[in-house]
Design a protein around this ligand. Structure first.
Ligand code: COS
Length: 385
């Protein structure tokens, strides 16, 4: 049983504690012995199941308020049980984040009830073959034409690509140079001209694809927010969802620590439990500190935003950087403490070892988080002088 004492921290309310119980009960009942062999089907079933259980309610909001603590607690809890369950939940939020925060009432009415009930799957299409971290230089175009837009270009590393029913897409509309000339759009997956050109395989399988937009004509009402605001919309969505990536990493860390504790209590070395070895205790101590320090950063960021902060760029980047990097270390230690079993295909710590790697890359690589943190720290100094 993972540590729960953090739930009494002042960041949380009783509704958060009840949510964790509910998610944990659902995960215990539904995620044991899950069949991962058909990733697409499993993810669709997860979304349906999470929706039926009412667990997608917090992923979207008509009034623009996303309870980031609820999103983080749900991701953390699901990630302790199953990486794909966490993924399926997370994408219902990231894929609709721009609509929740900036969408029109018609866009919200059209899509959010469906994604919250689990009857529609969304995707977030920002990255391009030639620009991942460098969002200001994306090249896909959306050209205005008689009240409509014509989309032309490619997006890649699109999570849920291939199984999504709707795509949030960022394209260049040219109101200004670089970051000032982008806009956001939402379009149904069956829009003529939108094609899945490649499915992407990774070390921890998730539905992923490269998309092509070929003369893809959409109504002007599909634009999210104002034209030219696409960069800020993308960054605001990422600010809200990066703490949740950190929370998923925290869930993986907690599971790795639990597995390691069970291992060192039940495995003997020269007649004594492994835990009696001080080198083992050193590893356990470092893992426990990393878990708690990650949790503090994750829930500091989530609480700050839920308390009304207009931007949590710094808190969000710190949480993502620290929690994902440390989770990699925590999981590596768990693998080491498991000896040969730690690298055996199908073992819990072996799958955690593969699952965690992408979190240090997606939604802003660790290197980008460092850039963001350094700039925020410098600008805070400027303001205080
Ligand atoms: N919220 C609101 N506005 C923001 C913002 C944020 N988090 N971050 C930047 N902006 C604004 C800036 O204030 C600036 O506005 P003004 O010109 O009005 O001052 C504008 O957006 C441009 O910002 P900046 O100059 O910092 O842009 P850069 O091109 O230097 O980009 C990085 C900064 C690299 C940090 C950004 O592109 C980024 O986060 N990249 C990673 C993207 C990512 O996560 N990709 C993964 C895709 S999802 S799997």
């Amino acid at each position: 049983m993972a540590d729960r004492t953090y739930l009494s921290w002042p960041f949380f309310e009783d509704r958060h504690r009840r949510l964790v119980e509910k998610v944990n009960a659902w995960a215990s009942a539904n995620l044991q012995d899950a069949d991962h062999s058909n990733t697409d089907q499993y993810c669709r079933d997860l979304v349906t199941g999470l929706g039926a259980a009412g667990l997608l309610q917090h992923t979207a909001s008509e009034d623009g308020y996303l309870d980031v603590r609820s999103l983080c607690l749900t991701r953390e809890t699901l990630a302790r049980h199953d990486g794909l369950a966490d993924f399926a939940f997370a994408m219902q939020g990231l894929g609709t984040g721009a609509i929740s925060l900036f969408g029109s009432s018609a866009q919200k009415a059209e899509w959010l009830p469906k994604t919250r009930s689990g009857s529609a799957i969304p995707a977030f299409a920002l990255t391009e073959p030639q620009s991942g971290s460098d969002v200001a230089n994306i090249t896909m175009t959306a050209v205005p034409d008689r009240g409509q837009y014509v989309l032309q270009g490619e997006k890649t590393w699109v999570s849920n690509g291939g199984i999504a029913d709707l795509y949030t897409v960022f394209a260049r509309t040219g109101e200004g140079p670089g970051a000032k000339g982008l806009s956001a759009f939402v379009l149904p997956a069956d829009t003529p001209g939108l094609m899945i050109v490649e499915r992407l395989e990774t070390i921890a399988p998730h539905p992923l694809a490269r998309l092509r937009f070929e003369h893809c004509r959409i109504p002007g009402e599909f634009m999210i927010g104002k034209s030219g605001e696409g960069f800020k919309i993308a960054m605001s969505v990422l600010d809200a969802f990066r703490p949740t990536v950190a929370a998923a990493a925290l869930g993986f860390s907690r599971r790795a620590l639990d597995e390691a504790l069970a291992r060192v209590s039940s495995r003997y070395f020269q007649g004594h439990p492994m835990f009696d070895l001080q080198l083992v205790q050193g590893n356990i101590a470092e893992m426990a500190v990393d878990v708690d320090a990650s949790a503090l950063l994750v829930y500091r960021a989530a609480w700050t935003r839920d308390s009304g902060a207009s931007r949590i760029t710094r808190e969000s980047a710190m949480a993502k950087l620290f929690s994902t990097e440390r989770a990699q270390q925590v999981i590596d230690k768990a693998v080491q403490l498991h000896g040969g079993d730690g690298v055996r295909s199908g073992h819990v710590v072996e799958s955690l070892y593969r699952e965690i790697r992408a979190l240090r890359i997606y939604e802003g690589a660790s290197d980008v988080q460092k850039v963001v943190i350094a700039r925020q720290t410098m600008s805070a100094r400027g303001k205080s002088l």
